[in-house]
Design a binder for this molecule. Structure first.
Ligand SMILES: CC(C)(COP(=O)(O)OP(=O)(O)OC[C@H]1O[C@@H](n2cnc3c(N)ncnc32)[C@H](O)[C@@H]1OP(=O)(O)O)[C@@H](O)C(=O)NCCC(=O)NCCS
Length: 309
């Protein structure tokens, strides 16, 4: 769906969206597709790419803000739809940071010996939870899913460092107010569209820059690396201006920064795995490439990792 498509539905323009956000187009799931359906597509491709059979997976982690149901978890539906073994399956709710949270958790499970092979995915169907009449938010998001298969490495490669954090005091700045136990769905909440994304964009913007910069710098520091040692930076892609401000503060060159926001918009937690896959397919990530990634999202939550491929 292009910016011009949106301009037929709300009072906006390609010019406004492009200059304020860098977004040109986004993709939406088909009617009837649930988060688990998107994970299934991504996970099957990831398993094939890794040359690993689904029966070798011993933990399934899914990050999402729009789970199939409040319960069972999307991870459980993925297990069923993919015909997987009855291994532990669960969801992570960390919004745009959920894939990085999943990587950090999966890495810890492997390092502790609790798991050998972990499937980490994120799937988001933002098109179902945006207010299609609110130009302030509707143009910013896209749908998608990405998956990674994690396994112990015997060489130098792998997750070299990670950091994560959250500040629940700022939860109200980006929230889906209704639909949970704090505000169960009623006719009134539906009429007032309280089941959609509510965001104070300007405030979120400032915190996003600060936390993405901090997480990026912390992850590099923990890996004993500087931005000169990083081959590719894959930031969460909410807004090109957030990315610009982050790289300027963290002193990461633009040439090393991988931008996908123009093509996929903000796919919340799915942004980073999809961007990682796009970078691999374009040859920007090869064996030996050192990738820095960082994210920020509702909660607020944030995280950063350095990954040696
Ligand atoms: C949402 C965001 C793009 C808005 O950009 P901004 O430069 O801060 O713009 P403002 O909020 O100051 O709004 C400026 C004007 O544009 C208008 N506007 C908002 N959306 C618009 C749209 N799609 N098209 C045209 N005009 C729009 C506003 O109504 C406002 O008009 P007004 O001055 O008459 O009230 C920006 O704040 C942002 O990206 N924030 C982070 C949001 C985010 O990515 N969250 C997820 C984090 S993971």
């Amino acid at each position: 769906m292009t910016n011009d498509d949106w301009s037929k539905l709300v009072d906006t323009s390609d010019e406004w969206i492009t200059t304020r956000t860098g977004i040109k187009e986004r993709h939406f799931a088909a009617p009837g597709q649930a988060a688990s359906d998107l994970v299934k597509i991504a996970a099957e491709k990831a398993l094939e790419d890794a040359g690993i059979d689904k029966d070798e997976i011993d933990v399934i982690i899914v990050g999402t803000v729009n789970a199939d149901n409040n319960y069972p978890s999307t991870g459980n539906w993925v297990q069923k739809k993919m015909g997987m073994k009855p291994v532990p399956s669960f969801d992570i709710s960390a919004a745009c940071s959920s894939f990085l949270y999943g990587l950090i958790l999966g890495d810890s499970l492997i390092k502790s010996g609790a798991a050998k092979t972990v499937l980490v995915s994120s799937a988001e169907i933002m098109s179902q939870i945006i207010d299609w009449e609110d130009r302030n938010t509707c143009v910013l998001f896209g749908d998608g899913a990405g998956s990674a298969v994690l396994r112990e490495s015997d060489g130098e490669e792998g997750i070299l460092s990670s950091c994560w954090g959250a500040d629940g005091n700022l939860g109200d700045l980006l929230v889906q107010p209704a639909g949970g136990s704090a505000m169960p769905p009623t006719e009134e909440t539906l009429a007032r569209k309280l089941h959609t994304v509510h965001m104070k964009g300007n405030e979120v913007f400032k915190h996003a820059v600060l936390r993405m910069q901090e997480a990026s710098m912390k992850a590099m520091e923990l890996a004993n690396l500087s931005s000169e040692d990083i081959d590719l930076f894959i930031p969460h892609q909410a807004n090109l201006r957030i990315i610009d401000a982050t790289i300027r503060r963290a002193k990461i060159p633009l040439e090393k920064t991988y931008i996908t926001v123009d093509k996929i918009a903000n796919m919340s937690g799915a942004t980073i795995p999809v961007s990682l896959d796009m970078a691999r397919r374009e040859g920007r990530i090869k064996e030996g490439t050192t990738v820095l990634t960082s994210a920020f999202g509702a909660g607020f939550t944030w995280g950063g990792l350095v990954i040696q491929f």
